[in-house]
Design a protein around this ligand. Structure first.
Ligand code: FAD
Length: 396
């Protein structure tokens, strides 16, 4: 059996950034597993633009040599803003080649407690004994399919994460459920691909980001004041953005206030540049779906206003709900030992769970470290905190 100090599960922004940081700790043997940027490559739609702004789109590395600017300079890779999905994936792969050239793309099939930490079982059967494990496995396991749609086959109702190429729906009639970025951008891409789309959402209004109020604020207050109100991490509205950018501060606030700030920072919202692209797409707000049933190979939807429509497909832009028990590679006895709240693990400094030596990064860290952890810009905090914790313990 081979051994190592740290095993990282996942090669998205969080896993790659954690690896880049831990590789700077002298004498630490780190192994990293997973297909690089695979969530972005397989579970987001072709043509998507990143919602996060430029300063919030760098994957953190310890000496800032792998920023978007460095990527541009490296090979004449011009990037526009908002950054297109395919260019961000290319950037992530470039980052991986530089920071983690020895990435092992095998899947981790099982993590269980072991005599000196953990046993990591790879697809194919190889077993590694690892003193620590860092889980950076992302949100793919948490795609949320509301119960109303459980009876429908996937051919009639699918989650937005199940599609890479929305042009396959050209010429069809679709209902897109939801009012967040994913639902709205999918509706725009479907419309542009030649589908007949209607958006249906429970919320009474769409929250557009960078609206008039925010623009006035930026304009009136000037760049210095606006920098005081908005952190470069770009998560949360004026003022709150600065608190959210400092998870160590956020963690000290009363739980109820933390929850309120979190809710306010990541409520469903659409990027302003979608407004024009959606002007010819009907958007039905303040409506719930009361029933949905198959009807001759299509889906019949009834809304709470009594109206009915029959569509070829329902696209669920219903987001993600963190529940780490859905990480099926964590052995049940290990899972049982992880202290959790509503599916989120409780984490201490270094994003370490209640199981010593087991760390969880990314969106599941949101309950303990706030909404920043749901975004690429959270890699700066998470990787530094992890590195500090592991380096200190390795030195003792
Ligand atoms: C439609 C959409 C748009 C988004 N837009 C933005 C945006 O503009 N800006 C932003 O900051 N965030 C955005 N996000 C959020 C984004 O998903 C996260 O910021 C980012 O992916 C978090 O990185 P991660 O490393 O935690 O997860 P991921 O990028 O999902 O990476 C997880 C990795 O783990 C690997 N993995 C999982 N299980 C295993 C296993 N058992 N063995 C080995 N490897 C495994 C996967 O293959 C994958 O490579 C968006 C999300 C969605 C759904």
């Amino acid at each position: 059996m081979t051994t190592c100090d740290v095993t990282i599960v996942g090669a998205g922004p969080y896993g790659l950034s954690a690896a880049a940081h831990l590789r700077t700790v002298k004498g630490l043997e780190v192994r990293v597993f997973g297909e690089p940027m695979s969530f972005w490559e397989r579970h987001m739609p072709v043509g998507m633009l990143l919602r996060s702004n430029w300063t919030a789109t760098h994957i953190a590395d310890s000496n800032r040599s792998l920023t978007l600017e460095a990527y541009q300079a490296a090979g004449g890779n011009h990037l526009s803003a908002p950054v297109p999905l395919d260019r961000f994936i290319q950037y992530g792969l470039w980052y991986q080649r530089h920071a983690v050239p020895d990435l092992d793309q095998r899947k981790v099939a099982r993590i269980a407690s072991g005599p000196s930490g953990f046993l990591v079982i790879l697809a194919g059967g190889e077993v590694i004994s690892s003193r620590r494990v860092v889980v950076a496995a992302g949100i793919a396991s948490f795609a949320w399919r509301p119960s109303e749609f459980e009876g429908l086959p996937h051919s009639l109702a699918s989650h937005s994460s199940e599609h890479r190429d929305l042009s396959r729906f050209a010429g069809q009639r679709l209902a897109v459920v939801g009012a967040g970025q994913s639902a709205l951008e999918s509706a725009a891409l479907l419309h542009e691909a030649g589908a007949e789309v209607e958006v249906i959402a429970r919320s009474r209004r769409i929250h557009w980001l960078q609206g008039l109020a925010s623009k006035m604020l930026h304009h009136r207050l000037g760049s210095v004041t606006s920098r005081l109100l908005y952190a470069p991490t770009d998560v949360g509205p004026a003022g709150i953005s600065q608190i959210v950018a400092r998870p160590d501060l956020l963690r000290r606030l009363p739980r109820r206030l933390q929850d309120r700030l979190r809710k306010r920072s990541v409520r469903p919202a659409g990027a302003r540049w979608l407004v024009r692209r959606l002007q010819n797409v009907p958007i039905n707000l303040g409506r719930s779906i009361v029933s949905v049933a198959p009807a001759r190979g299509r889906a019949r939807i009834r809304l709470d206003d009594g109206s009915e429509r029959t569509v070829d497909h329902i696209l669920l832009g219903t987001g993600y709900r963190v529940d780490v028990s859905r990480y099926d590679f964590l052995a049940p006895e290990l899972m049982q030992s992880i202290r959790r709240f509503n599916g989120y693990p409780w984490l201490r400094e270094g994003l370490e769970t209640s199981v010593p030596g087991l760390h969880i990064l990314g969106a599941p860290a949101g309950w303990s470290f706030g909404p920043l952890m749901q975004f690429v810009s959270g890699t700066h905090y998470a990787s530094r905190s992890l590195m500090r914790c592991i380096a200190e313990k390795a030195a003792n």
